[in-house]
Ligand binder design. Structure first.
Ligand code: BGC
Length: 898
């Protein structure tokens, strides 16, 4: 790190307009570590560049720390050394930068609040009751006095199971399903809540409800009931600091009182049952008579596995009004969007009336809810009204994947609102084009990501599954990163991937690896299904995607040990042979030409897929080692990747060329030798054109195929596939009124019937193992291609985090405009192009401060290109600024829509 020479001038025209740490701004109780700061700058000088920066901070005691100025152009993940050292403190941080003209003003101030020094600082005892799954949720309370003026109050809390906390009747957060799902055997998180405003003078009441969540209860493949343990419990403490400096700590312990109330049942898959005639009125408030309540059962909780929560929060992201379809004997509602969440219902009724609401993604003939796709998940909320008149009803400790709902019961339906929740709660990417169907497809992908990022990245939000399938996660990671700020969500999940990888001895097919805790269909013991191609590769693909999109070297550093262990485990698995053996693989899962009930039997040879993903993983590992690991491993993996690629092509090349997935994987993973790329890409393009763009790939091939085509110049084939409307296409789903991405291309068949999702794996324990979801995000990976090629905006992995941007739109015939913007670490990057009257392509391109960009428009032999009025040749490299670009005679990709 070099220091900046003395600088006294002031650059009044340059401002640091934004500052973030690596964590979401709405999270407190962060790790005690040097934060990584990222900032955005605006300047009225087009030639200003950052030559250095200075980080300063002020702690709670007013102590100011100014770091020595550093000579550097870096604006992403800059280590703020020496500002954070103490637990449970709030530090205000700010930055100013130096340009060649002098110092800018200071950035906005951000706060970084640390959590506990360790889980051992939770001094209380974990309390629960002796309830079993399906018993009423324990409710707990404790009163305490507070007489002095409060300076600061925080609750630190974790649980086995999920919790809701209240102080004086007010819920302490707008977040749901706390503390979220992690690899609970070895890692649980605690949360920090700011409750300063909720402590009152006099007697207070600290209250809690807990439920099974992912910890215990019906969750996972085989309906296991005790996934992590038979117990649920809460470990929490409220710490109040008074203005006179004194402190009070109110922690969970044997002095608390426990009972049950209206929550008779709360289960993620099945729904919740609330009987308000059993509600204990006022139990969350001071003064309630709890003399009939019991003492809690004391549980043992592993404090050493507790870490501060760093993932994004599950919060409400949108509400949808109801459209009533039928109100004869029931109220059947369409909420117009398939979401994860629940219904807020308003009814008029009598005390004791029961109101039942069931949920589904689609309707079948009747019309009735189609619930077969939910398998055993009941997705039903039942309420018993506690009084005459109006009631507002919302479920507890459950969420459903649905667009439609049916309400029954004697009470009069008044209104309903669908409440959507997600961990992907901050958008960063936006897209629009002249094609309304493509725009709807984009929205469908946005929603499938919202709906499937609920604490962990899941396969689907509706049936009795909702697991962190690694294959689905790696397929969508790049697109999810373009659309959302989910960097810390992935970092948290990747931590669990590594934690479980060490526990189980390989990278799971699901993370958290709950399958390893379930009886295997064959063996009856733990179902250890690890290191499978395209699934376990989330271990390398997801960190690399975060590096490319967010510029996050920290994610790579965090994962380097996991990546190395994965490569070594696969290498050993070859047992001295050239290739990974033939064995069960998920393959190009859900290849639409596979036998309908055996989605693993894809056309492309599974052993080729396994070895190709292995080679790709080794290549990524080599790159990661070169960036943040060690030179020796980088060299070893670079050589191994080259050998593997050569051997794979030699042995499997001919066969790979026979399938679209084979060609796509071989091209995208650099397995096809340079001299043969043109020929293989041509084979692929010919197949796609011959099939009129019909999709012939599954979960692994589909995210790659359009890139494999366009990177080799085959835009006609790529657009033919993207814009196809007949069945087996993205836009077929849009035409069928899909609002999310489906698991199978023909989930609704051309005759309007619903796919049965038949599966050969149905067994006695799981007779109804059908597989038909209307909300699986893997195929949504196509949106990455849309940003890069239709709008024409992409980060560059060699200069990640949009430090270098490629603006390269490649319009297809018929498109008259497209635009996209991404809120990059350096600020907004955007492109907005249109075909104007004279046939020219006119574009406005925005490059944020600190970025460089290549403007690479679709030139034809007769094109001329002007940037801000000046003629330039073909491609040009630009820095910070807004550019008006005009291209005459643009090359437009022709294609035919089938
Ligand atoms: C899930 C998929 C997953 C697959 C792997 C399915 O049940 O829904 O998305 O990747 O299993 O076997």
């Amino acid at each position: 790190m070099s220091t900046l020479p003395q600088l006294t001038e002031h650059d009044a025209l340059t401002t640091v307009i934004g500052l973030q740490s690596q964590y979401s701004a709405d999270i407190i109780g962060l790790p005690i570590q040097d934060p990584l700061l990222t900032w955005q700058v605006a300047s009225d000088r087009s030639d200003a560049v950052q030559v250095g920066y200075e980080i300063s901070s002020i702690d709670e005691a007013g102590q100011v720390t100014v770091s020595a100025p550093v000579a550097s152009a870096e604006q992403i993940e800059v280590l703020a050394l020496g500002h954070i050292s103490k637990a449970q403190t709030v530090t205000k941080l700010r930055v100013r930068i130096a340009t060649q003209y002098g110092w800018s003003g200071y950035s906005p101030v951000i706060t970084y609040e640390t959590g506990l020094a360790s889980g051992n600082d939770l001094i209380g005892r974990a309390i629960g009751d002796d309830s079993l799954h399906s018993a009423p949720s324990p409710i707990m309370r404790k009163e305490f006095a507070s007489a002095k003026r409060v300076a600061k109050a925080r609750i630190y809390a974790t649980s086995e199971g999920i919790h809701s906390l209240y102080l004086n009747g007010v819920c302490v957060t707008d977040e749901y399903f706390t503390p979220g799902w992690t690899a609970y055997d070895d890692r649980n998180t605690y949360l920090t809540y700011d409750v300063t405003k909720l402590v009152q003078s006099g007697t207070n009441c600290f209250a809690a409800e807990i439920a099974d969540g992912w910890h215990r209860g019906k969750f996972g493949f085989m309906n296991m009931y005790d996934n992590y343990s038979t117990k649920i419990s809460l470990l929490a403490q409220l710490e109040i600091t008074y203005e006179d400096g004194s402190r009070d700590v109110i922690a969970t312990d044997e002095s608390w009182k426990v009972s049950t109330g209206e929550i008779l049942f709360g289960d993620i898959y099945d729904g919740s049952t609330l009987d308000f005639t059993k509600e204990q009125k006022g139990w969350k408030l001071a003064g309630f008579n709890d003399s009939s309540w019991s003492a809690p059962t004391i549980h043992t909780i592993k404090r050493e596995i507790l870490e501060p929560r760093v993932s994004t929060r599950v919060v409400e992201i949108a509400e949808f009004p109801a459209r009533i379809i039928d109100s004869k004997n029931r109220t059947l509602i369409d909420f117009s969007q398939n979401i994860s969440g629940w219904v807020r219902l308003v009814v008029d009724g009598k005390k004791g009336d029961t109101v039942t609401i069931r949920h589904a993604e689609v309707l079948e003939d009747g019309p009735n809810l189609h619930t077969a796709a939910l398998r055993t998940a009941k997705a039903t909320d039942v309420y018993t009204l506690g009084h005459d008149g109006r009631s507002v009803l919302e479920p507890k400790f459950t969420f459903h994947g649905f667009q439609f709902a049916e309400v029954t019961g004697p009470a009069t339906f008044i209104s309903a609102t669908a409440v959507a929740i997600s961990s992907a709660n901050e958008r960063r990417g936006f897209f629009k084009s002249s094609d309304v169907r493509l725009n709807r497809l984009h929205e469908n992908v946005v929603w499938s990501i919202h709906d499937n990022m609920v604490s962990v990245p899941t396969d689907c939000p509706q049936r009795d599954e909702r697991l962190g399938w690694t294959g689905d996660a790696q397929a969508i990671a790049t697109t999810a990163n373009t659309l959302f700020k989910v960097g810390s969500f992935w970092r948290s999940w990747l931590t669990d991937l590594w934690v479980d990888q060490q526990r189980v001895g390989g990278v799971g097919a699901v993370v958290p690896d709950i399958l390893s805790k379930q009886p295997s269909p064959a063996e009856g013991a733990g179902w250890v299904i690890t290191d499978r191609a395209g699934w376990a590769d989330a271990a390398t693909i997801v960190p690399m995607a975060a590096y490319e999109s967010y510029g996050s070297s920290a994610t790579l550093k965090q994962q380097v040990a996991s990546i190395r262990a994965y490569v070594e485990s696969l290498s050993a698995h070859r047992k001295g042979e050239k290739f990974l053996p033939e064995e069960f693989q998920f393959g190009d899962w859900c290849d639409p030409d596979a036998p309908v009930d055996q989605p693993w039997l894809s056309k492309v040879k599974a052993q080729f897929v396994a070895n190709a993903f292995f080679a790709n993983t080794v290549q990524i590992a080599a790159d990661v080692e070169a960036l943040v690991g060690d030179a020796e491993h980088a060299k070893k993996y670079t050589e191994l990747a080259a050998t593997l690629k050569r051997d794979i092509w030699e042995h499997f090349g001919e066969e790979a060329k026979e399938t679209t997935a084979g060609c796509s994987i071989a091209l995208e993973f650099g397995i096809v030798p340079a001299g043969e790329r043109t020929a293989v890409a041509k084979i692929l393009s010919d197949k796609v054109i011959a099939d009129q763009g019909k999709i012939t790939t599954g979960f692994l091939g589909t995210p790659l195929i359009l890139h494999a085509l366009s990177k080799n110049g085959h835009f006609e084939a790529a657009y033919t596939m993207l814009m196809r409307r007949k069945v087996r296409s993205w836009l077929y789903q849009v035409d069928q009124k899909a609002t999310t991405i489906w698991e199978r291309w023909d989930a609704i068949k051309e005759d309007g019937s619903i796919h049965k999702g038949e599966m050969a794996t149905s067994s006695e324990e799981q007779p109804d193992a059908s597989m038909i979801s209307f909300n699986h995000y893997a195929y949504g990976a196509v949106i990455d291609w849309v940003y890069r090629n239709v709008a024409g905006i992409a980060p560059t992995v060699k200069s990640p985090g949009y430090r270098h941007i490629t603006f390269a739109p490649r319009p297809g015939e018929g498109f008259t405009f497209a635009s996209a913007s991404v809120d990059t670490p350096l600020g907004i990057a955007a492109i907005d192009w249109k075909i104007v009257d004279n046939g020219n392509l006119a574009a406005t391109i925005v490059v944020p401060f600190g970025s460089r960009a290549v403007i690479d428009l679709p030139v034809s032999a007769s094109s001329t290109l002007h940037v801000n009025g000046e003629a330039v040749s073909n491609k040009c490299e630009v820095g910070y600024g807004t550019y008006e670009v005009s291209l005459s005679a643009p090359a437009i990709a022709p294609f035919k829509v089938a």
